[in-house]
Ligand binder design. Structure first.
Ligand code: HEM
Length: 506
């Protein structure tokens, strides 16, 4: 009895001590950590710095992190909201790998994108994410990739893209929006991979396919939600189904109805011929016993989003850089002419210099500028920045590609050789960079599933186009292209070009 009273007494007297301990510990934790960032004011946060930079948020935040001693900054948004942004490779490794479990996508981004993406792979954490990743990974094995580059990409290139460029080069005066063309090209490809369906967006009349237009609208409006400073506004509009939110729900319903129709057709096809079970991602999911329509639609939408505008963005900036760097174009041409005209899988894989040039152009103009996670608990980052549970933490891909510390004093120079070394026979060998210093494809357990597929597609397209044509930018005098980041980064207003026949190549 005495023992029970004694232990109750000890416990009771320990309770306030424990409370004090945690209170002081958290105070000490905050004091002992260092938080840098633009000047912040009560209630409005960094709004005075954000407002004049709202049209160049990516460039401004890149300047902020790259001039911060730790390369991590805390940006205070109005009404007490906070965003942590980092360009520090050690921190990037911490959030993407070492403390992966502490930095899921989180509810913030998930709720904002849920209407469009639902529970698709790029909007889900935990077991649901693991399962989708395991099933989809097969779509990226060597056999599928070989089929992709030798059939899907080559057909789209030879039957659609090159004839359009040939017509434009014959007139000499035609100005094409090359970004639009590359987006249509990638959209046709990814739909074939995901659904086994050809939307035929890249045809000479450049049709406004209902599905593609609805998909575009849905992506634009969802991005607007992320960019808006006050989530309450879109939530209010959604509640009353007005303005952009009304448009979003209409666009999403077109996309989903269309996907459901394709699923029904695919199921009927599979019933007739079950050996089709692995020809595209949709067949693969349906044959693995998953018949929940919403689940399948979500996965397919995620894939289209991930694979659509990323490769087109990369190629747009690549062709723009190339025109200003004739020495590099010549090096690439040497590599292209050393391959056969059909440029099959193994040859495409082996285009080392072109591979380096693509990496280099994505360093300066990454298709995804920033990517956000959300802290599942209080944490202290390796550079001593304190992160509170619920804070969004973004790694700034664009800023990292422009960091003097990571790339040297000549970081602004487009120089593929920084990715290459010569072997003893004098041949170029690719020299990869640490994935946490160059997280263009993310890194760690959630590294981009389509990385290899993207490189194959891009190299095949570069070889196919450059072998026959020169892509000549046609901006008005004094106009420079502007990099703008939505889900993926685009060249604002498109990429006007003229196409010239290349003529004889040695
Ligand atoms: C140059 C082209 C590409 C770049 C730069 C790129 C970059 C990225 C990045 C940064 C992420 C992380 C985004 C996030 O978690 O929100 C990602 C994820 C992903 N990407 Fe890519 N991507 C490219 C092409 C592709 C292609 C062609 C496909 C598919 C056909 C694809 C499929 C995926 C998937 C499925 C994920 C989600 C992975 C996961 O969460 O486990 N990507 N990609």
């Amino acid at each position: 009895m005495v023992d029970i009273h004694l232990s109750t007494f000890i416990l009771l007297s320990l309770f306030p001590l424990t409370l004090f301990y945690f209170f002081f510990k958290s105070l000490l934790l905050i004091k002992s950590t260092q938080n840098y960032g633009p000047k912040s004011y009560p209630f409005i946060g960094c709004l005075p710095s954000i407002l004049p930079n709202r049209h160049r948020f990516v460039q401004w935040t890149a300047d902020v992190v790259n001039t911060t001693p730790t390369k991590t900054a805390i940006i205070h948004l109005p009404f007490g909201r906070v965003r942590v942004v980092t360009a520090n490779p050690t921190v990037v490794r911490h959030i993407l790998k070492t403390s992966f479990h502490l930095y899921p996508k989180g509810e913030g981004v998930r709720n904002t994108l849920f209407d469009l993406l639902g529970d698709g792979i790029i909007n889900i954490d935990g077991d649901g994410w693991k399962f989708q990743r395991q099933v989809s990974i097969h779509e990226f094995n060597t056999k599928s990739l070989r089929n992709f580059v030798e059939h899907v990409v080559t057909t789209e290139l030879n039957d659609r893209l090159l004839p359009i460029l040939a017509t434009a080069s014959a007139t000499k005066t035609t100005v094409l929006d090359f970004q639009d063309i590359l987006q249509r090209f990638a959209f046709d490809n990814i739909c074939k991979i995901a659904f086994g369906y050809d939307p035929a967006c890249l045809t000479p009349s450049m049709p406004d396919a209902i599905f593609a237009t609805a998909f575009d609208d849905a992506v634009m409006i969802s991005t607007g939600r992320i960019r808006g400073n006050l989530p309450l506004i879109w939530k209010f509009k959604r509640l009353f189904s007005i303005g952009s939110e009304k448009q979003l729900s209409e666009a999403v319903s077109i996309v989903r109805e269309f996907a459901k129709k394709l699923i029904k057709e695919k199921l009927a096809e599979l019933e007739k011929n079950s050996s089709l079970g692995s020809v595209d991602l949709l067949s693969r999911f349906l044959s693995s016993g998953h018949s929940d329509e919403r689940f399948i639609v979500d996965i397919i939408i995620s894939f289209i989003l991930a694979g659509r505008d990323t490769t087109s963005a990369a190629l747009t900036w690549f062709f723009w850089l190339l025109h200003d760097h004739p020495r590099i174009e010549t090096e690439i041409m040497k590599e292209i002419v050393s391959k056969s005209e059909s440029t099959v899988y193994d040859e495409v894989k082996d285009m080392v210099y072109t591979h380096a040039a693509l990496c280099e152009s994505m360093r300066l103009y990454p298709p995804v500028a920033m990517d956000a996670k959300q802290a599942a608990n209080d944490d202290v980052l390796p550079d001593n920045t304190f992160v509170k549970k619920g804070y969004p933490v973004s790694y700034h891909i664009y800023a990292m590609g422009r960091s003097k510390e990571l790339w040297g004093a000549d970081w602004a120079e487009f120089r593929p050789e920084r990715w290459l070394e010569k072997d003893e026979t004098g041949r170029w060998v690719f020299k990869p960079r640490d994935g946490y210093e160059y997280p263009v494809f993310q890194a760690g357990p959630r590294v981009c599933l389509g990385k290899e597929m993207a490189f194959l597609q891009m190299k095949r397209v570069v070889a196919g186009i450059l072998r026959q044509f020169k892509v000549v930018p046609a901006f008005d005098e004094g106009v420079q292209p502007v990099y703008v980041a939505y889900f993926t980064a685009v060249m604002e207003g498109g990429f006007p070009v003229r196409i010239e026949e290349r003529g004889e190549i040695e």
